[in-house]
Design a protein around this ligand. Structure first.
Ligand code: NDP
Length: 445
């Protein structure tokens, strides 16, 4: 890292104390930008870096709600409107007890570049709460979502800021929040994406992040002159991204052998039966260990982090940030893993990424590899604007084209800036350039 980038990073840490995930996300992008900044002194003159790491607006609010017994709880809500150079703020809402400002800022920062890579008109934002929907009744979740939206509605809108789902926020939560927004504003607009099909949602949005990940990794595999057929695939998580990544990988001939949740992971060397997982997780809202009650070929192990010690050809982390550390990366390499595609946001630590890049493992970074979700959200916004719904095939085709374009941008940009085969550098640079140029064009705002 050059001295100027190092001192810049020091200032970011001083200005945003205690936000380690945010520091990590900023450093990853800065590390890729050295030669870009040398070739484009106009970015330094216009203080693009200083402006891009400072959110345009940060909203923190109180969310009081009542449980089924009448007890009152108070959670904290966030919406970080990070950058609107390319379009309305766009990014998901995360409901998880670990949520604090540093998590939302790391996610919002990443979202700026991810959205830029999709080629659609979307700025970057992210939000959420330290509320956990796990173990709550539908009525409790509804009351929480209504209280959350009772504050958030005044800050968002179809041309201002369009939230979507993330960890802990699926179709049920989006529905409750949409209902409250509609009531408070007295208008029916595409203010949230990930909506139900009956009220403005898009086909393929549910599958989009997982499918998009597989389309991206397909290109990585093609560059190694191979494909999915017969490959052993290890997946972490068993939520939205994990389930639909597994579905597409299986459809293309792979065998998915692991899935996990925060309690542990299952291994089924016969190949995981996705129907069982979908029923347990999507319908019954149960735990992944229940899979072993029905499939005797499977075992359950505690400590979800150990999922990466299971030998596989391809690893798809689809749970949470920093789930692949140095030890996990070493285990994957030792066991012959040839490709890692990040479905989750920032699932690999910097040390793990270095190992993958040095050991010749194809590495698909989250910003690019999991951009299919927000890209399809962008397609949902388009359909809402023209008040038409496209078919499954049409949306899927557009998603695939977008993922192919993202892959090409990463490869071409990495090579252009002297980082051949480094998709992470390619994604960071390509995402940054478009935003930086838009910021330059729009003046000091
Ligand atoms: P879900 O809530 O549907 O599923 C999350 C899964 O990961 C669950 O199995 C959950 O287990 C597990 N998990 C979550 N947090 C932890 C943790 N701290 N430790 C261990 N396991 C954990 O979320 P999504 O599938 O939507 O999101 C997964 C990842 O993908 C996140 O990083 C998200 O930011 C990213 N992503 C999601 C997109 C989307 O469209 N949904 C788009 C782009 C990225 P448990 O049930 O036990 O909590």
């Amino acid at each position: 890292m050059s001295n100027s980038i190092e001192s810049f990073m020091k200032r970011v840490i001083e200005k945003n104390p205690g936000e380690s995930e945010f520091h990590q996300a900023v450093k990853e992008v800065l590390d890729s930008l050295e030669s870009v900044l040398e070739q484009h002194p106009e970015y330094a003159d216009a203080k693009i870096l200083e402006r891009i790491v400072e959110p345009e607006r940060q909203i923190i609010f109180r969310i009081p709600w009542q449980d089924d017994k009448g007890n009152i709880h108070v959670n904290r809500g966030f919406r970080i409107e990070f950058n609107s150079a390319l379009g309305p703020y766009k990014g998901g809402l995360r409901f998880h007890p670990s949520v604090y400002i540093g998590i939302i800022k790391f996610l919002g920062f990443e979202q700026i570049f991810k959205n830029s890579l999709t080629g659609l008109s979307m700025g970057g934002g992210k939000g959420g709460s330290d509320f956990s929907p796990k173990g709550k009744s539908d009525n409790e979740v509804m009351r929480f979502c209504q209280s959350f939206m009772t504050e958030l509605f005044r800050h968002i809108g179809p041309d201002t800021d369009v939230p979507a789902g993330d960890i802990g926020v699926g179709g049920r939560e989006i529905g409750f929040m949409f209902g409250q927004y509609k009531k408070l504003r007295n208008e029916f607009t595409g203010v949230l994406t990930g909506k139900g099909l009956a009220y403005g949602g898009s086909l393929v949005r549910t599958e989009a992040t997982g499918y998009g990940l597989i389309y991206f990794v397909t290109r990585m595999l093609e560059d190694r002159a191979t494909g999915w057929k017969g490959k052993k695939v290890s997946i972490s998580g068993s939520g939205n991204v994990a389930i639909y990544a597994a579905q597409k990988a299986i459809e293309l001939g792979a065998k998915v052998i692991t899935m996990s949740d925060s309690n542990g992971f299952i291994v089924d060397q016969k190949g995981i039966c996705l129907e069982t997982v979908k029923r347990i997780k999507e319908l019954e809202r149960g735990r992944i260990r229940e899979y072993t009650n029905e499939h005797k070929s499977a075992i359950f192990k505690e400590r979800f982090q150990d999922v990466w010690s299971v030998p596989c050809d391809i690893a798809l982390p689809c749970a949470t940030q920093n789930e692949i550390d140095q030890n996990a990366a070493q285990a994957l390499v030792k066991n012959g893993c040839i490709a890692v595609g990040e479905g989750a946001n920032m699932p690999s630590t910097p040390e793990a990424i270095e190992i993958f890049l040095n050991e010749g493992v194809s590495f698909g970074p989250a910003k690019a590899a999991n951009a299919g979700g927000v890209a399809t959200s962008g397609l949902e916004m388009s359909q809402n604007s023209i008040r038409l719904s496209w078919t499954f095939e049409e949306v899927d085709k557009r998603l695939k084209t977008i993922m192919d374009n993202i892959y090409d941008q990463c490869v071409i940009t990495a090579e252009k800036y002297g980082k051949k085969n480094n998709l992470m550098a390619g994604a960071n640079i390509a995402g940054f350039l478009k935003v930086a140029d838009a910021m330059l064009a729009q003046g000091i705002v």
